[in-house]
Design a binder for this molecule. Structure first.
Ligand code: WQD
Length: 338
């Protein structure tokens, strides 16, 4: 079985490539290296002993997409990660996000329509829920107006896929709504490589702990939560990666109940920023230098998953604890700075 993984050299994509290869799939990666490097290929191969085919293609270039599918006309499935994902950047440059996250999706789906079949896994996000009314969040929670162009591209992306699947019954798709992916592969051969100042909590914590950053700023401790800081569902990236393989197999083996399905992928446990800091101090056996500052625009108070649907219908459950995921992130940070 031949699987195309777009954005396969990225943080989540690379971990999914490893899991796919571990399960015997042949993997072709498309990546434009805008947020990754070919070194990740070496990391993947050092884990699986198999080097995936890599094509340096920018999916915004429709001609390149067409010629790729002409050359690889026997793709059995597509897992689509390639997209821009920085919330703040999307506010500054919305058209970059609408072009890069949506035009590319349309070109891929057009190729599957031409082929007349295809299993398609879409990288979506809990961002589509905005501030959900009830916790934990189920897949039937209403999609709320996006807080950023990034979040909007995830919402519109899901609608594009849903509408396509309505008319193209031979295309089967699953949107996986990720909560907060963290950590790194146990081999410390692949992990998160944020470019510049990390926007996300865990890489900022590990870079502070290793001395790259002076101090972590905690964005607000006056929220209506147990300790005043925001709550999120932090899931180990390998657990998240395994969910992609299970979802892909569901489609390939025709076990899907409809040709467009949505699943929340999280641990089902909410952790506050201070919970994460305490957990990190425990696993790293060092105090973290942080200060409380004002709230960050656009942050939701709380978001953690109701995972019952993925548990029962995918037969998938996250295995790693928060501390195990934090330890893997810390091991990775120490490795890349050594
Ligand atoms: C988590 C918590 C911050 C940094 C985003 C995207 C989401 C997905 C994951 C792509 C919040 C606090 C953070 C810092 C802090 N990305 N924080 N100091 O915002 O939940 O989700 O990344 O798919 O779509 O929206 O993750 O890690 O940025 O923040 O206090 O230096 O940590 O306020 O409460 P977020 P995050």
């Amino acid at each position: 079985m031949k699987i195309l993984v777009t954005g396969g050299l990225g943080f989540i994509g690379s971990h999914v490539v490893v899991e796919l290869q571990n399960q015997g799939f042949e993997v072709i990666i498309i990546d434009n290296l805008s947020n990754s490097s070919e070194d990740v290929l070496v990391g993947i191969e050092s884990i699986t002993r198999k080097r995936p085919v890599f094509k340096n293609i920018d999916l915004r270039d429709k001609t390149s997409v067409l010629s790729f599918f002409k050359e690889y006309n026997d793709i059995d499935g597509v897992i689509h990660f390639a997209a821009s994902k920085a919330v703040g950047e999307s506010v500054e440059n919305p058209l970059l996000y609408y072009e890069n996250n949506l035009n590319t999706l349309v070109y891929l789906l057009q190729e599957l329509q031409k082929k007349g079949n295809g299993s398609f896994i879409f990288s979506s996000s809990c961002t589509v829920y905005g501030q959900a009314d009830d916790m934990p969040i189920t897949e039937s929670a209403p999609v709320k107006p996006a807080e950023s162009p990034y979040g909007n591209t995830k919402q519109i992306g899901e609608e594009i896929i849903r509408d396509t699947c309505k008319v193209s019954k031979d295309i089967k798709a699953i949107a996986l709504r990720y909560f907060n992916p963290i950590g790194a592969h146990e081999s410390v051969k692949i992990g998160e490589l944020p470019i510049g100042i990390p926007q996300n909590l865990i890489p900022y914590i590990t870079q502070t702990a290793i001395g790259l950053r002076e101090q972590l700023s905690v964005f607000g401790d006056d929220y209506p939560t147990h300790d005043g800081t925001c709550i999120r569902d932090y899931i180990h990236v390998v657990d998240l990666a395994k969910a992609h393989v299970v979802a892909l197999k569901r489609l390939i083996e025709n076990k899907n109940k409809s040709n467009y399905e949505v699943f929340n992928i999280g641990t089902g446990t909410g952790s506050s920023v201070l919970d994460v800091i305490k957990g990190f101090e425990k696993v790293s056996d060092q105090k973290l230098n942080y200060k409380i500052v004002s709230r960050r625009e656009g942050d939701v108070i709380s978001a953690f998953a109701d995972t019952a649907k993925a548990n029962t219908e995918l037969g998938w459950t996250a295995k790693s604890t928060l501390e195990e995921a934090l330890k893997s992130a810390w091991d990775w940070e120490q490795k890349i700075r050594s």
